[in-house]
Design a binder for this molecule. Structure first.
Ligand SMILES: NC(=O)c1ccc[n+]([C@@H]2O[C@H](COP(=O)([O-])OP(=O)(O)OC[C@H]3O[C@@H](n4cnc5c(N)ncnc54)[C@H](O)[C@@H]3O)[C@@H](O)[C@H]2O)c1
Length: 300
């Protein structure tokens, strides 16, 4: 027997058996379906190992979009612990404010309400941010999954919504922030793409298309700014158990886990460690790069 918490109501959920790829259990409180991690992954010593390396981001100021929760929150925490000041840009400003309040003991962190799919909102937020100080780091992390449906059944408006939030937002933030980074001759941009953008996940055509676009945008922009001091990379994580799972069908979650040779989900702090390095001065000869963090799934 193994147990974990339901990500909706927080109650304990118990499974009766753990196979190689993990099993599904239902929470009695919320009725939510929860995938229990495979026993093989729970046994691994490195599963929750604290970070061994220190990244120096002292004096740096960062914007993390979608930093209120999930992967963005883990990235915010890691940047704070590395000495950077962080502005969380999130549509869910209440959650962003409570996250910032929780993390304030670890450094300078503020929450700003921004809809990154609105160019006007992005420009307004960046102008306000610049009034508080220069921005050295931009992590384009905000995103949604969209519904799981086959391409020919996919609602047009939903496809457009996913492209707007997952791809257009990255374009808006980059086109707004890059000129100021170029003026200063320094900047680090990390775009959070996905294995879906490389492999194309079935029943996620909008998400896969948007993330493929993020990868290509990163390659274009990285070449345009090469040699200027502004470095742009993206990461392609496999699935991590965050609130984004609530938007997906259980079948889709099972599919994603079944594709990961390490037979477990990504832990948010593992992604945060990679992103922190990509945000640092140590990352000096990689630009337009696509960094794999997929437990062996998409190693190209
Ligand atoms: N969790 C995964 O399995 C996984 C895997 C690969 C890539 N990713 C990518 O990582 C990023 C973060 O995902 P997550 O799992 O932490 O998701 P999450 O749902 O936990 O958090 C996403 C955050 O983005 C914010 N957001 C959504 N739309 C926004 C908008 N228009 N403007 C501003 N903020 C907005 C939400 O309020 C939320 O706080 C996304 O780009 C996602 O596609 C996630």
């Amino acid at each position: 027997m193994q147990s974990m918490r339901c990500n909706r109501c927080g109650d304990g959920v118990r499974g009766i058996r753990a196979g190689f790829r993990g099993i599904r259990a239902k929470c009695a409180g919320s009725g939510n379906s929860v995938v229990l991690p495979a026993l093989s992954s729970l046994r691994r010593l490195h599963y929750n190992r604290p970070m061994a390396n220190t990244i120096d981001l002292k004096t740096r100021r960062a914007i993390v979009t979608g930093g209120a929760q999930g992967l963005g929150r883990a990235i915010t925490e890691r940047l704070l612990d590395s000495g950077a000041g962080v502005e969380i840009w999130d549509l869910d400003v209440k959650l962003a404010q409570s996250t910032a309040a929780e993390l304030r003991g670890r450094g300078s962190v503020d929450a700003v309400k921004v809809d990154v799919s609105s160019p006007a909102d992005v420009e307004r937020a960046f102008a306000e941010s610049l009034a508080r100080g220069p921005v050295d780091i931009l992590v384009n992390n905000a995103g949604i999954a969209g519904v799981n449906k086959k391409t020919w059944e996919y609602p047009i408006e939903e496809f457009q919504r996913v492209i707007a939030i997952d791809l257009m937002s990255v374009f808006y933030c980059c086109r707004t922030v890059v000129p100021k980074m170029l003026e200063r001759g320094y900047g680090r941009i990390v775009n959070i793409a996905s294995v879906a953008g490389k492999d194309g996940n079935p029943n996620a055509p909008a998400y896969s298309s948007a993330k493929a676009g993020v990868i290509a945008l990163t390659k274009s922009l990285g070449k345009e700014t090469a040699g200027t001091g502004v470095i742009v990379n993206c990461v392609t994580p496999a699935a991590a158990r965050t609130a984004i799972f609530d938007q997906m069908s259980q079948q889709h979650i099972d599919y994603m886990l079944s594709k990961i040779p390490m037979a477990r989900f990504l832990e948010p702090h593992e992604l945060a460690a990679m992103v922190a390095w990509l945000c640092s001065e140590d990352c000096s000869f990689s630009t337009g790069g696509v960094f794999d963090i997929s437990g062996g799934r998409s190693t190209y």
